[in-house]
Design a protein around this ligand. Structure first.
Ligand SMILES: C[S@@+](CC[C@H](N)C(=O)[O-])C[C@H]1O[C@@H](n2cnc3c(N)ncnc32)[C@H](O)[C@@H]1O
Length: 227
């Protein structure tokens, strides 16, 4: 198994490294965070009063989550303490906590958002982490995950050269969905996304019609914990 990457080492240049890899797609590194949260907002129509971003890193998604769900209490967590320090500075007023191996009781939430975290979790640990997330949701709550699309050769190339992806083991949508089902989730929905750069804004509008084509840069899966 590859060594686990310590994201404490990448807090200062995370955005720079992200920008280097994805500049051909969009020069605006906030684009990817906003793009994802726009999808979540369109897909989650029930009221959300509490939310966890699991594996929030330096908190790039949090301001967009705050805009999209202005009345929700948002909490972020990560294994990297240095990332959480940066996230706390960037997002004052948001509560963050560090994920540890041993499980601590946490208040259950309505929505868990997880962006590009599972490919950093060693495959042998993934089922356990998914079960933990299941227990952190209220009955009727949703989980929403984004992952790199392993069928897209450009995505695979970007992951191969990115210094903080040295431990990445990409997951096919079927693997992610199997973990969700095994953990107890139901009502699974999936779509491929990130087909076109924002400069082709008209084509971006067509993306929802392409959601079954395994060519997007990433994919998302949404699932529910039964009431
Ligand atoms: C590629 S970064 C994504 C950060 C953030 N989700 C974003 O979209 O900007 C992956 C993050 O997952 C975190 N991570 C890795 N394994 C984790 C685990 N088992 N539990 C929680 N976070 C984890 C890393 O520390 C890192 O901050």
């Amino acid at each position: 198994m590859k060594n686990v990457v310590d994201f404490d080492r990448f807090t200062k240049n995370y955005n720079v490294l992200l920008g280097e890899g994805t500049r051909f797609f969009s020069a605006d590194d906030a684009y990817f965070a906003k793009y994802k949260i726009d999808i979540v907002r369109k897909q989650i129509l029930c009221p959300i009063s509490s939310m966890l971003e699991y594996g929030c890193g330096i908190g790039r998604n949090i301001p967009f989550l705050q805009c999209a769900f202005p009345t929700a209490k948002i909490v972020g967590s990560d294994v990297s303490s240095e990332s959480l320090t940066v996230a706390s500075e960037q997002c004052p007023g948001v509560m963050f906590f560090q994920e540890k191996d041993e499980e601590e009781p946490r208040e259950a939430v309505d929505l868990i958002f997880v962006a590009n975290v599972f490919h950093h979790i060693p495959p042998i640990m993934r089922a356990k982490v998914m079960k933990k997330l299941f227990h952190r949701l209220k009955p009727g709550g949703h989980i929403f995950l984004f992952e790199h699309n392993p069928y897209n050769p450009v995505t695979r190339r970007l992951v191969k050269v990115c210094p903080y992806d040295k431990d990445a083991v990409l997951l096919a949508p079927s693997e992610l969905k199997n973990h969700l089902k095994q953990a107890g989730f139901s009502n699974l929905q999936q779509a491929f996304c990130l087909f076109f750069p924002p400069k082709f804004s008209r084509l971006v509008l067509l993306e929802s019609y392409l959601s079954k084509l395994p060519l997007g840069g990433q994919y998302w899966v949404k699932a529910k914990k039964s009431d």
